[in-house]
Design a protein. Structure first.
Length: 227
């Protein structure tokens, strides 16, 4: 029997833009992602997919609705508990790698583990294992500026998985790369997700990449429809 890792129920979100001006971004969104499933979230820029990912990943709060991760209701947690849940249960990947420029690739993956209470030795071992899985172990000592765009994003994938989360949320993870590199990096991401048994919700406007995932959903007029 499948296990639900992410469940969004009745998610509503609006933003005020000036006096008496309100823009509704999400309208009663219901979404589930099962363990081991990779779901493509397809929508054009500005449609609200980043907002949905931020709510799912506990970076933002909805005006209404419920967020559950691995069966735990996250909706009304305190800020400290939300932070702890993000650190342990959720991994994030963005269009730009956001690696810390003053630290090496290895250190960028070690640091979130140290913040989660892992010993330095164990953190370094896991970081090297992850770097090996994505084929950049030989670049472990390099700082981000010395890495190619594809290598930077591979390190960002490793950092997202450093604390062995249950859910990966990715927002246009290959959108900053040229088509050839994008395809290679996407294959690396899929292999990493499959190899670790993760669940993933990946926002993209690239329909070719979306077609290679398990399921596609489209954000349209604030609601989700299957593709």
């Amino acid at each position: 029997m499948s296990e639900t890792v992410l469940a969004l129920s009745g998610i509503e979100k609006s933003y005020n833009r000036g006096l008496a001006s309100e823009v509704t971004v999400l309208r009663g969104v219901d979404l589930t992602v099962q363990r081991g499933e990779v779901v493509a979230l397809v929508a054009p820029s500005g449609a609200g997919k980043s907002t949905l990912l931020h709510i799912a990943g506990l970076l933002d709060t909805a005006d209404a609705g419920k967020v559950e991760i691995a069966g735990q209701d996250m909706t009304n947690l305190s800020d400290n508990k939300r932070t702890a849940a993000r650190r342990s249960d959720v991994g994030f990947v963005y269009q730009f790698h956001h690696l810390l420029p003053e630290f090496s690739a290895l250190e960028n993956i070690v640091l979130p583990q140290l913040a989660n209470g892992v010993t330095r030795g164990a953190a370094q071992d896991r970081a090297m294992d992850l770097l090996g899985r994505v084929g950049v172990a030989d670049r472990a000592s390099h700082r981000p500026a010395a890495l190619s765009g594809g290598e930077q994003q591979r390190v960002a994938f490793c950092r997202a998985l450093a604390n062995a989360p249950q859910l990966l949320l990715a927002d246009e993870p290959t959108g900053n790369l040229d088509p050839g590199t994008s395809d290679q990096v996407f294959e690396t991401l899929m292999e990493l997700v499959r190899g670790t048994g993760l669940s993933a919700l990946i926002a993209t406007h690239n329909l070719q990449l979306a077609a290679r995932m398990d399921r596609q959903i489209r954000l349209d007029a604030g609601g989700l429809v299957p593709v």
